[in-house]
Design a protein around this ligand. Structure first.
Ligand SMILES: Cc1ncc(COP(=O)(O)O)c(C=O)c1O
Length: 412
């Protein structure tokens, strides 16, 4: 465990540095992950050897760039077990994917008096786009409550999802509460009522095996940068028949079949949604990130992170004055640990930890309705990935204790 899963730490040179005179302990992986040499090399190699625009040239470089870009799509399809590569649309991020589903598909199927159901633990990017649809269509936005443990309350889910529901949109893994939501069961409930199921996979796809066909979700969104790829590349998976009926969101080059002076027709899936020059190197790098993750094995990644959480969570809970959000049972908790320290602002906690070389996030984590629900303004958050070690966990706990003592001394 000292070198990360399968000795992977060596592939991430960024981790080998000092911050404020201390070895860096990077625990902000829910915000973005670091990139291994293999992914960085793919980007450099693409620009050194193959760079050209895709789908429009017949010259050799254009063909090579197109082949790499489309091969990465096949890797994405396999990674989430999509039935068909046409179901994989490249976007900029989870945020863009969810915005596209909401503004295009949402406005198509939601009508006046209908209901959209989300939950109290959602990220803003799975709240605000649905608020926009609800406002535009005169529909109602409803929230599934949480249990006292911070898990999704499935009784509340069964009450909120009714025959009036058109969309159910839920995070598969929560970015603050550190829980995995039963998406398959939610999809069944949604479908029984004739509603569509949309899963926000931003915190799930990087950490566990995803099978969109088994989950039976209608749409699934995730971001490359949270799973070793660069920023600016994301994925929207959609069932093919639904993507077929969904109008394009952006218009211009690449996405057309034919343009007349007054109107135009669209090309086939998935390019119908990919207007303009896409993030070619980002998509190819995402393919490389998927190769890396697949080699490690998603089940191994999941098990390794679970071990880290089982080691860290009890130690964090044992620090006097620390509140950890979400379930306290490590078997129910992902590698996202949101916490507060009595009498301290989370920003002071994060600054104090940074002085010890430990990088964590502090703030509302783009989940203000959840903060309101929990009756806090913000939390600190440590989040693990497979290159973190038990030594990282020890340093984190030691740094939390040091911060507590520093402020206690300062106050007394
Ligand atoms: C659960 C969840 N959904 C959506 C997002 C948005 O991801 P992005 O900023 O990559 O679009 C995040 C980012 O932290 C997230 O944690």
């Amino acid at each position: 465990m000292d070198k990360g899963l399968n000795n992977s730490r060596k592939d991430f040179p960024i981790l080998d540095q000092q911050v404020n005179g201390e070895p860096l302990v990077y625990l902000d992986n829910a915000a973005t992950t670091q990139k291994p040499n293999q992914v960085l090399k793919t980007i450099v190699s693409y620009y050194q050897n193959d760079n050209a625009n895709v789908h429009r040239g017949v010259h050799t470089l254009a063909e090579r760039a197109t082949d790499h870009y489309e091969a990465a799509r096949d890797k994405v399809a396999e990674f989430i077990n999509a039935a068909n590569r046409k179901s994989i649309v490249y976007t900029r991020s989870t945020t863009e994917s969810l915005n596209w589903v909401a503004s295009s598909f949402g406005n198509l199927v939601v009508n006046e008096g209908d209901e959209i159901v989300i939950s109290q633990l959602e990220h803003h990017s799975n709240i605000v786009p649905w608020q926009q649809v609800a406002q535009k269509q005169h529909a109602t936005l409803k929230y599934i409550d949480l249990t006292t443990d911070g898990e999704l309350d499935m009784d509340s889910a069964r009450r909120q999802i009714t025959d009036k529901t058109k969309i159910v949109a839920i995070a598969q893994a929560a970015n603050v509460m550190g829980v995995v939501n039963p998406i398959k069961e939610l999809a069944q409930i949604a479908h029984q009522h004739g509603a569509y199921m949309i899963a926000d996979g931003a915190q799930a796809a990087p950490h566990m095996k995803i099978d969109v066909q088994d989950l039976d979700v209608d749409f699934y969104a995730f971001s490359g940068h949270k799973m070793l790829a660069p920023t600016g590349i994301g994925v929207l998976y959609g069932k093919q028949d639904l993507l077929e009926m969904m109008p394009p969101v952006q218009f211009g080059g690449e996405m057309i079949d034919f343009v007349h002076h007054q109107d135009a027709s669209w090309t086939e899936l998935p390019w119908k949604f990919e207007a303009g020059t896409p993030n070619i190197s980002g998509a190819i790098a995402l393919g490389s990130a998927i190769d890396y993750l697949t080699k490690l094995g998603m089940d191994n990644i999941h098990a390794y992170e679970h071990e880290l959480v089982a080691y860290t969570l009890p130690k964090l809970l044992a620090v006097d004055g620390v509140t950890v959000y979400g379930p306290h049972d490590p078997n129910k908790h992902t590698g996202v640990l949101a916490f507060n320290m009595a009498g301290l602002h989370p920003h002071d906690v994060a600054t104090g930890l940074d002085m010890e070389g430990v990088a964590v996030r502090a703030g509302h984590h783009c989940a203000q309705p959840l903060m309101e629900y929990l009756n806090v303004t913000a939390t600190a958050r440590a989040s693990f990935y497979f290159y973190n070690t038990q030594a990282d966990a020890d340093k984190f706990i030691q740094a939390v204790t040091a911060v507590k003592e520093f402020f206690a001394d300062g106050i007394s």
